[in-house]
Write a protein that binds this ligand. Structure first.
Ligand code: KPL
Length: 308
């Protein structure tokens, strides 16, 4: 399978190595010209759970011949989705595209710019840490689940082949026909973990060792669950707080993506996670004071990062 990974961040580079090792022909698309040059020159230092390799994967700044690609995996941050899919549309791609990105709103953005593409969406709770621009560490095992946005596009054969590829690459994989529920299921996990780890600058596992924070995490999650319920979402697990705590344990050594963004002084995905819960809550008349406050704190940290 010929796969183009758009966005060589932590998850993009993690998937690059896993899929390459499982036998896929992987290329990376990076719209950042300088970083693309560096990755081509220096290779990718890929630290798996039990191996450590250097990969030389071709990195280009556009899709070149898009007719040659079986699948694009969108791995940019949620706030970069719009620009990335605009570029993909300019390269005339209307094949199969997978988003496993954090947050809500990515599918809608892809649909808007690539109306003819076959969209697969889903989630992954694999832990990935970007140690440096060309060094990624597989920091914890989770679960990856995905499914088509529109039934039959792509067909079952493709979904099965891709699922086999991911399983060969060691990922625990599931196909689901309930994509919106899946995405909200992951959103609730990010609502509990990401902002708090970023504010406190702790690893995921530490959240459940700090009693007041464990309580705040549960309160944030329960508030977001009221929004999910009002929206008619059926979460893919029975006990949201227990599930979030379980993910903290499974990815205990991971530095969450928002924590990594804050350490780098980058913009975060807060508006697509806790901020999105607040917006959805407003439209459904479900007040979300805790998610609002945490969103504002992260905005404050982002502004401080810009000022310093
Ligand atoms: O998705 C994640 C993230 O960091 O964004 C979790 C599951 C919390 C793993 O760190």
């Amino acid at each position: 399978m010929k796969i183009a990974i758009v966005g060589p961040g932590a998850m993009g580079l993690l998937l690059t190595g896993l899929l390459h090792k499982a036998g896929a022909e992987v290329t990376i698309i990076d719209y950042n010209t300088e970083r693309a040059r560096e990755l081509n020159r220096d290779g990718i230092h890929w630290e798996g759970i039990d191996d450590n390799i250097t990969l030389n994967i071709p990195v280009s700044t556009d899709l070149k011949d898009s007719s040659n690609i079986d699948l694009i995996i969108l791995c940019v941050k949620a706030y970069q989705t719009e620009n990335a899919v605009r570029s993909i549309a300019k390269d005339n791609y209307n094949g199969i595209l997978l988003t496993l990105q954090n947050g809500v709103g990515n599918v809608e953005t892809v649909k808007r710019h690539l109306p003819d593409a076959s969209i697969i969406a889903g989630i992954t709770s694999e832990g990935a840490t970007l140690v440096s621009r060309n060094h990624v560490r597989h920091a914890g095992c989770g679960e990856t689940a995905f499914g088509p946005i529109e039934k039959g596009r792509p067909d079952k054969l493709f979904l099965d082949q891709f699922s086999d590829l991911l399983s060969r690459s060691s990922l625990k994989t599931k196909i689901s026909m309930d994509v919106e529920n899946l995405i909200w299921g992951k959103l609730i996990i990010n609502v509990g973990i990401n902002a708090l780890t970023g504010i406190l600058r702790v690893r995921n596992g530490q959240l459940i060792e700090l009693a007041p924070i464990r309580k705040l995490m549960a309160d944030l999650v329960n508030e977001a669950c009221l929004v999910a319920q009002a929206k008619g979402i059926t979460l893919p697990y029975p006990n949201p707080v227990a599930r979030v705590e379980e993910v903290c344990k499974l990815t205990s050594e991971n530095i969450s993506s928002m924590h990594q963004d804050i350490l780098k002084g980058s913009v975060t995905e807060i508006d697509y996670i806790n901020g999105a819960v607040v917006r959805e809550g407003e439209s459904l008349n479900v007040p979300c004071p805790l998610n609002y406050s945490i969103t504002q704190i992260i905005h404050g940290i982002q502004e401080c990062n810009i000022l310093h």
